[in-house]
Ligand binder design. Structure first.
Ligand SMILES: [Zn+2]
Length: 337
């Protein structure tokens, strides 16, 4: 199938970008730009809707060797499910309704199902859905959230969460808007995405920003960017902090946990901090310099399951290092000079 690329603005609405890289983590040509207004990194131009849909239904599942060991993957998923559950231990009502969008094999939903909550999840990989069903996870369907099967369609949700999914979506505001219409009164949406603004503090990616740049990650969001996106669809957005003592297969990488909910009272307009793009750009430049000089995060907090083959960190380690062509054009700094 043919691939079509389209140019788009940053989700914050600004149109002032700096090209920060012209390759991805595999050394393949891919243009990443940084928004001067909010600091969000995004792939631009990007695949259009049909190309992206085709990508996720076919290429993505094999290209990224997404779940080579299903049992381990499923158990790891339950791990992050426990972490999300811990965040809402107090807040969630009894028998809450919980929906995961892009749920993989549905392993994380087990954490909620075990506590008597009503769970459901959707996923574009048919194999992962079938595996989840074989493990007894209820209400899983193959497809998008719009393709929700009839018995679930009238359900409203106390919690909708997306774990390493929101950075992949074509339009964050459209996705957020359609999800917000599925919320029960007082419900919330939680998005968990990689956090490129703290890459020097975690063993993965160990200060190597290039590892976060690849075609499946359309966006590397910042907090201000997501605040603006939330506001645009009538939701208040705020960062959330997961319980630090719970380790998962994903907790060795920096994550941004962001919560969206209907505002109580009026919705305050978020203000983009002045010079946010410049600040993120400088952070990335400094981190890259230190990374190239051999800086590394001390491995003191490594997850205690060394024989686990499906951890993203282990997979990354087994790959040959790509030639570093980190191409900072620094148009912004040049203009300022
Ligand atoms: Zn922006």
């Amino acid at each position: 199938s043919q691939v079509h690329l389209v140019d788009e603005r940053c989700p914050c609405g600004a149109a002032d970008d700096t090209v920060v890289s012209e390759i991805d983590r595999y050394g393949l040509p891919l243009t990443t730009v940084l928004c001067a207004a909010c600091g969000c990194l995004r792939t631009n131009p990007y695949l259009d809707d049909p190309s992206l849909d085709d990508f996720y239904r076919t290429t993505y599942q094999t290209m990224y060797a997404r779940a080579p060991h299903l049992e381990t993957y499923f158990a790891n998923q339950t791990g992050y499910g426990v972490r999300v559950r811990a965040l809402y231990e107090v807040e969630l009502p009894q028998r809450a309704s919980v929906l995961e969008v892009g749920c993989g094999a549905g392993g994380s939903l087990v954490a909620f199902h075990d506590r008597g909550h009503f769970v459901a999840g959707c996923e574009l990989s048919r194999d992962l859905i079938e595996f989840g069903r074989s493990k007894g996870v209820p209400n899983l369907w193959h497809g998008t959230v719009e393709e929700m099967p009839m018995p679930l369609a009238s359900q409203r949700w106390d919690l909708i969460y997306l774990h390493h999914v929101f950075e992949h979506v074509q339009s964050p505001s459209k996705s957020l808007h359609s999800l917000s219409r599925l919320l029960a009164p007082g419900g919330r949406i939680l998005t968990i995405v990689p956090d490129v603004t703290r890459i020097d503090q975690f063993t993965n990616p160990n200060g190597d920003a290039l590892k976060f740049l690849h075609v499946a990650h359309k966006f590397n969001y910042t907090v201000p960017c997501l605040e603006v996106v939330g506001h645009a669809v009538g939701l208040a957005a705020a960062p959330a902090t997961p319980p630090p003592e719970l380790k998962t297969a994903w907790s060795e990488m920096p994550e941004l946990w962001m919560e969206f909910r209907a505002p109580t009272g009026g919705l305050t307009t978020p203000r983009l901090p002045r010079g946010e793009g410049e600040r993120i750009l400088n952070y990335l430049l400094n981190t890259e310099r230190r990374h190239l000089a051999g800086f590394g995060v001390p491995p003191s907090t490594v997850l205690e399951s060394p024989a686990n083959p499906s951890q993203p960190t282990d997979r990354a380690k087994s790959r040959k290092p790509v030639k570093r062509l980190w191409n900072w054009l620094r148009r912004r700094s040049d203009r300022a000079a």
